[in-house]
Ligand binder design. Structure first.
Ligand code: AHM
Ligand code: MG
Length: 333
C-alpha cells in the first residue's frame, strides 16, 4: 500500500505542498490520539469560553485548534492560518507561501457521545504583496484552493484529500502512516439517500420545503421512488458517506437569522467540501449557484449548502430556479 507522501509524489505534487500536507497530518494524528483516549485523557466536556461565532467551545475544540496552530506555525511554508475557533487570522512566516484555513474539530456536538467528528482544511497560496495577518489575503473564491480535505475520526481515522487531481482516501495505520486505501472516488450521479436537519423544516425557504416534501412522498409522489434519511450532525461524516456511496447533504438557508445565510462556514466547511465533491464528480451549491464561485466577504462568513450526487443536487436546484434571480442577490448567494 502506498504512503500518502509516495502517492503525492506519483501525482507530481509540488514538494512544498507535500511537506505542508505532511505537517497537517502530524497535527491530525495527535488529534486522533487525544480523541481515542477520550475520558482517560480528560478531554471530554466543555470549556467556559465561547468562540467568535458565539458557540460554547468544547475542550477538544480548543485542543485540536492549538495542535493545528502549533504544527502549522512551526512550518516555515505557512504564511498564515485562519481557524473557525480564532477571532482573527494568525500570521506565520512572512516569507511563507501558503495560507491554511481549517475547522479544527467539526461536528463537535458529537464529541461527548463518542460519535464521529473531523478536521476540515483548505490550502490557498498567499497572494503577492499580502501578509498572513491580513483577512483580505484569505478572501479568495473556492476555485483558488490548491488542496483541501478532511480527516474523519471514526472507527478509523481517514484522510480524504484532493489537490485538484481527483479524490483519494488514506487510512491512518498503527505505524502512524496514512496509507492509500481508496483511489479515484466517484460519487454516483443518482441516489435515494438524503441528509438534512428536519427539525429546521419550518424555517427553510418554501422551495427547499417543497423539494424535501417530494422526497418524503417517495413512490407515491412525483419522484416515484422511496428515499432514506440520515443525519449524523457531523458534516465530515455526512460528506464521507456521500463520497463513499452517494447521497445529498444539505444545510440550507433558513430564516432564523437573516444575517447568516446558513449555519456552515464558507472558508472552513463550504469551500473545502465543495472542492472534494466536485473533484469526485458531484455538485456543491447554495441552491442558486456553485459554492466555489462565491467571492468571500468575511473570513467567518456562512453559506447555504446542498452537495452530493449530481442529478439529485440538480433536482434540488430546479425547485429554486424560478426564484433564483430575486433571491440570489438578497441572500448573498
Ligand atoms: P461545528 O463546526 O460547530 O461543529 O458546526 C457544524 C456542524 C456540522 O458538522 C453539521 O452538519 C451541523 O453543524 C449540525 O448541525 P445541527 O446541530 O443543526 O444538527
Ligand atoms: Mg464545523
Amino acid at each position: 500500500m502506498l504512503l500518502l507522501s509516495q502517492f503525492l509524489k506519483q501525482q507530481e505534487t509540488d514538494d512544498n505542498l507535500i511537506d505542508l500536507i505532511g505537517t497537517l497530518m502530524l497535527a491530525c494524528k495527535e488529534v486522533a490520539i487525544q480523541l481515542r483516549e477520550g475520558a482517560l485523557a480528560g478531554v471530554l466536556g466543555s470549556t467556559e469560553d465561547t468562540n467568535v461565532q458565539g458557540e460554547t467551545q468544547k475542550k477538544m475544540d480548543v485542543i485540536a485548534n492549538d495542535l493545528l496552530k502549533k504544527f502549522l506555525l512551526d512550518n516555515p511554508l505557512v504564511a498564515g492560518l485562519a481557524s473557525e475557533e480564532e477571532d482573527l487570522p494568525v500570521a506565520g512566516n512572512p516569507d511563507g507561501r501558503y495560507l491554511v484555513t481549517f475547522d479544527p474539530l467539526d461536528g463537535s456536538s458529537n464529541i461527548d457521545i463518542n460519535v464521529s467528528v473531523g478536521t476540515i482544511f483548505s490550502i490557498l497560496e498567499l497572494p503577492e504583496g499580502m501578509s498572513g495577518a491580513d483577512e483580505a489575503a484569505y478572501l479568495q473564491a473556492g476555485r483558488k484552493q490548491i488542496a483541501a480535505g478532511y480527516v474523519l475520526y471514526g472507527q478509523s481515522a481517514v484522510l480524504s484529500l484532493t489537490t485538484g487531481k481527483g479524490v483519494n482516501f488514506f487510512t491512518l495505520a498503527h505505524t502512524g502512516d496514512f496509507l492509500l486505501t481508496r483511489d479515484n472516488i466517484e460519487i454516483p450521479a443518482d441516489t435515494n439517500e438524503f441528509a438534512i436537519n428536519m427539525s429546521n423544516q419550518r424555517h427553510w425557504e418554501p422551495e427547499m420545503q417543497s423539494y424535501i416534501d417530494e422526497l418524503l412522498l417517495g413512490v407515491e409522489g412525483n419522484r416515484g421512488k422511496n428515499f432514506n434519511m440520515r443525519w449524523i450532525a457531523s458534516m465530515v461524516a455526512e460528506v464521507h458517506r456521500v463520497l463513499t456511496r452517494g447521497g445529498i447533504f444539505a444545510y440550507p438557508w433558513d430564516k432564523r437569522d437573516e444575517s447568516k445565510p446558513g449555519k456552515l462556514r464558507l472558508m472552513y466547511e463550504g469551500n473545502p467540501m465543495s472542492f472534494l465533491i466536485e473533484q469526485a464528480g458531484g455538485l456543491s451549491t447554495t441552491c442558486y449557484g456553485n459554492i466555489m464561485d462565491i467571492e468571500p466577504q468575511k473570513i467567518h462568513q456562512r453559506v447555504a449548502v446542498a452537495l452530493g450526487s449530481k442529478n439529485e443536487v440538480e433536482t434540488a436546484m430546479e425547485f429554486h430556479r424560478d426564484s433564483a434571480d430575486s433571491k440570489a442577490a438578497r441572500l448573498n448567494r
